[in-house]
Structure formats: C-alpha cells, structure tokens
Ligand binder design. Structure first.
Ligand code: CP
Length: 293
C-alpha cells in the first residue's frame, strides 16, 4: 500500500495483510518512526476518524502538524491542491484528508507524498471499512459465507459502498435494507426487509441517517417511523442469532437506527469498532510510510 484512496484499490491479500498487521499492533507489536511528519486535513466534521488518526499517529511517534480548515488559507480561496502542495513543500510526509467532494483525491495525483482518504463525500471511507473488517474478522476469523445486512441510508453512505465492495470480494453474502428513496441500484445487491433477514444474519451493520446529505425537508423525516420500519429495535435484537454482532460506524442517532438501550448491549461492537480504528489506522499509516521510503 503506497497510499489509500479507495478500498477498491486493495487486493484481498492487501486487505488481509492490513487486518493481520492491525491485530499484531493491538497485541503490542508497535514500531515507532522518527522524523516522519503528518497533517490531518478535515474539510468535513469528524470525531472518530480525526481523533483516531491523531491517536494512531502519536502511538507511531509521528510528528503531527496541526491544521484547521477554519484558520487556514482555504478561507482565502486556496485550492485543495495548493494547500496540499504547501504542506508537502514544508516537509509533510503523509496527508490524511476528509473532503465533501467525491473522488477529491483525483486532483492530487501530482503530489509526491501519499494521501490517506478519511472519507470523500458519498464515495468511499476505506479506513472505516478496514476497521469494520477487522472487527468482523476478530469475531469470526473469516469472511467467506458470512451473512451480512447493511441497513439504512445506502445511497449517501460511503461506508456502505466501501464495505459492500470489500465484503463481497472476500466472500461474504451482503444484502441491503433501505427505504426506496435511499436505495442505490448502481450496487448489485439485493434489498430485503429487516424482518425477513434478522434471524439469519451473522452481522447486522446499521448506517447513520445522513440528514446533511438530504435535500428533502428534515421535518418530513419521522424518527419513530424510521425506527419502526428499518431500525434495530429490542424486538429485532432478541431475534438475532446468539453469536450475531451489531456494527454501526457512528455517530449514532439513538432511537433512530438503533434503540438507545442497545448501543452497548452484549451483541454491539460499536465501541470495539472505534477501538479497532486506532490499530487499523496504525497498520495503514505504517504501510504507507514504509512503502514510500
Ligand atoms: N465513523 C466516522 O467516520 O465518524 P466521524 O464522522 O466522527 O469521523
């Protein structure tokens, strides 16, 4: 891995190598890198991805150059490319970027330093995908044959797009649950009712309802109706298989995608995903650093 723009760039072997390296790091095999400088450029809000990258960078002993869009020269109209080229020129070795524009990284091919994508619009979220895969792999030790549903705002979800690609490529059976307005038929997945699927799945992956990406009046959205039709309620939780697990990339809209009382229920791996995010990002950053030397 020389950079990470989209999960579709990675072979199954590279995905498995990244997960296995993350597990080794979790077990204490941590390398430290001297004189490597990074910057995290977040043009969209973030808690998990931004703080998790910063934690990963600090644990690898990287030097993190502070960058805030609100106080940068982006506010004077500087382009994304010129901003990144500036950070390269002053000595950054790796950039982590989240940006609202799909495929923003295509503007950055002339850079001589690697970019790790922290999420592009409704395009891809490869590091979230890899931490989700690590969490599933820790549970089951395989992907082949696992039955997985991804529920919610598929159309606007970079998490759904990345996970669908990777999980099917690794042999899992992935189906979607979504209201018609949030279905994405460019992805070759079957849509099912959550009530028809809930008893047979190994993994129930819930997605955040992304109000910020919706055109329709937010007042038309009913939290109660969404929860009743598509959410993980207590009644559905009780119908899950004994060993089934629940994932959600978070932030969670409590009592919408999932009943509040279930966020930390025994089958929930939501906070495990966040924990694994640090190890996954350490695995990714260390590979990018080593492969660009
Ligand atoms: N899951 C995720 O990307 O969360 P943040 O938006 O808080 O980074």
């Amino acid at each position: 891995m020389k950079h990470l723009h989209s999960i579709t760039e990675l072979s199954n072997d590279e995905i498995m190598h990244t997960i296995e390296r993350a597990i080794m790091i979790k077990n204490g095999e941590i390398k430290r890198y001297e004189n490597i400088y990074t910057a995290n450029l977040f043009f969209e809000n973030s808690t998990r991805t931004k703080c998790s990258f910063e934690m990963a960078e600090r644990k690898l002993a990287l030097q993190v150059i502070p960058f805030e869009t609100s106080t940068s020269s982006v506010t004077k109209g500087e382009s994304l490319y010129d901003t990144c080229k500036t950070l390269e020129s002053i000595g950054c070795d790796v950039l982590v970027i989240r940006h609202p524009e799909n495929n923003y990284y295509e503007q950055l091919h002339e850079l001589n330093i690697p970019v790790v994508n922290g999420g592009d619009g409704s395009g891809q979220h490869p590091t979230q995908c890899l931490l989700d895969l690590m969490t599933i792999y820790e549970e089951y030790g395989k992907f082949e044959g696992l039955k997985i549903i991804i529920c919610g705002d598929i159309l606007n979800s970079r998490v759904a797009r990345s996970n669908y690609h990777a999980l099917t490529s690794l042999g899992a059976q992935v189906k979607f649950v979504a209201p018609e307005i949030w279905q994405d038929h460019s992805l070759d997945a079957k849509y099912v009712s959550i009530d028809d699927a809930i008893e047979e799945v190994d993994v129930c992956m819930l997605l955040r309802v992304q109000h910020e990406r919706h055109d329709e009046d937010a007042a038309n959205f009913s939290r109660v109706n969404y929860n009743r039709m598509y959410g993980l309620t207590r009644e559905r939780y009780d119908r899950l298989k004994e060993e089934a697990i629940i994932l959600h990339p978070a932030p969670v809209n409590r009592d919408v995608e999932i009943d509040s009382e279930l966020v930390e229920a025994p089958k929930s791996r939501i906070f495990k995903q966040m924990e694994n995010g640090v190890y996954t990002r350490m695995s990714i950053l260390s590979q990018v650093i080593e492969n660009n030397r």
